[in-house]
Design a protein around this ligand. Structure first.
Ligand code: 0XW
Ligand code: MG
Length: 367
């Protein structure tokens, strides 16, 4: 009954709501290619998933790669129980090793299907809803100190109480950015300086000397985990690891070797809700707090993130993003929708949203 009979893959463009999104090393974009997957079962039920890689320079993934990997794996999924994420991963792994970002879109669709079949929201299947709503963070694109301070003041007025401040270029400039933002932030605001691995070890060593006394967290200062460990020995700033945590062993190393108290977990990097839930539970059992999100996305990604956040205890969570507030195009009516800087997960079964097919063109392909 719930055997997969068809997979439709759609592409659409997500434009950034605040102009140009800029990260370290000159990575900048105003729009991203996102990919939606609809998994349909024999009984007429279907589930939705999404993957958006943030161009091709955030991690080793790009939209064309996601679509090619989905085309490669889709035939192996026909006939598999779509409400069984473990069986679906086994089928995908029988065709492709890795490519977890492409697998993530299918995984989300299966959790949507499983929730619909069970009559329960995905949050309840991920361990239970323990938060009805939670504060959201927004990233501050890397720019001049003045422009970044203005962003923080403007979005604070909209209710945002946590900002991920993009840094990772010249240490003196990053110091000025972080100081300007700290002054503009209201009392009680959480600030996370995220270098996205953009500093060389030499730059990071200089940077932490400058910013050590600021009230901030420091996220992924250098690309390599070994360099982050060296940086950690030179600063008292609380550390968050992101890009270099791909496996449970990386997570244990982030905690025990780098001394990071938090980890940023992204659906696409970990193969969807299945892998991210496992890493969330491991992080929490190690006494770490988690940031929950993806690399980018729209309504479907946001719905998946909302269920993960709703099933994570408040004191175990550092930050959560609702990317559908960062992007202009809404395929599911801008649901789930934040209110005054806070998010919550839908209460309907599955992901609890439905994609409006009229907002999408023809599928890129159907298997
Ligand atoms: C993946 N990002 C670059 C996009 C969002 O800004 C979050 C972020 C990160 O590195 O944490
Ligand atoms: Mg990060």
């Amino acid at each position: 009954m719930t055997q997969i009979v068809a997979i439709d893959v759609y592409g659409y463009e997500l434009t950034y709501a605040h102009g140009e999104y800029v990260m370290s090393s000159g990575r900048a974009a105003t729009a991203q290619d996102s990919t939606l997957v609809r998994v349909s079962c024999e009984d007429g039920t279907y589930g939705w998933g999404e993957v958006c890689t943030l161009a091709g320079t955030y991690w080793p993934a790009f939209a064309g790669g996601a679509r090619a990997a989905l085309a490669e794996m889709a035939p192996a999924l026909l006939g598999v129980d779509g409400t069984n994420p473990a069986a679906v991963h086994a089928a995908m792994n029988s065709r492709l090793m890795g490519h977890d970002y492409a697998k993530s879109a299918v995984d989300l669709a299966c959790w949507d299907l499983l929730g619909k079949r069970a009559g329960l929201p995905v949050a309840e299947l991920l361990g239970g809803r323990v938060q009805t709503d939670f504060p959201l963070y927004e990233a501050v694109p890397l720019s001049s100190p003045e422009a970044m301070a203005e962003f923080v003041a403007r979005r604070s007025a909209a209710g945002i109480t946590c900002f991920q401040v993009k840094i990772g270029n010249e240490p003196a400039d990053d110091d000025a950015r972080l100081r300007a933002v700290s002054e503009a932030a209201s009392a009680g605001t959480t600030l996370i300086g995220d270098a996205n691995g953009g500093w060389t070890l030499q730059q990071a060593v200089s940077a932490v000397r400058l910013v050590d006394a600021l009230p901030i967290y420091l996220e992924q200062p250098c690309r390599r985990i070994e360099d982050c460990r060296t940086v950690r020995t030179l600063t008292s700033l609380p550390m968050v690891m992101d890009e270099s945590v791909l496996t449970p062993l990386d997570l244990v190393a982030a905690k025990n070797e780098v001394g990071a108290g938090s980890v940023n977990l992204k659906l696409g990097r970990l193969g969807g809700l299945t892998g991210t839930r496992m890493m969330r539970d491991l992080a929490v059992s190690l006494g770490m707090s988690v940031s929950l999100e993806d690399a980018w996305g729209g309504d479907v990604t946001t719905a998946a993130v909302s269920h993960l956040a709703a099933s994570t205890a408040c004191h175990d969570m550092l930050s959560v993003s609702f990317f559908n507030d960062w992007t202009n195009e809404h395929v599911a009516g801008h649901r789930p929708r934040s209110a005054a800087g806070r998010g919550s997960a839908p209460t309907e079964p599955g992901l609890g949203i439905d994609v409006d097919l009229d907002r999408l063109g023809e599928p890129l392909f159907t298997v």
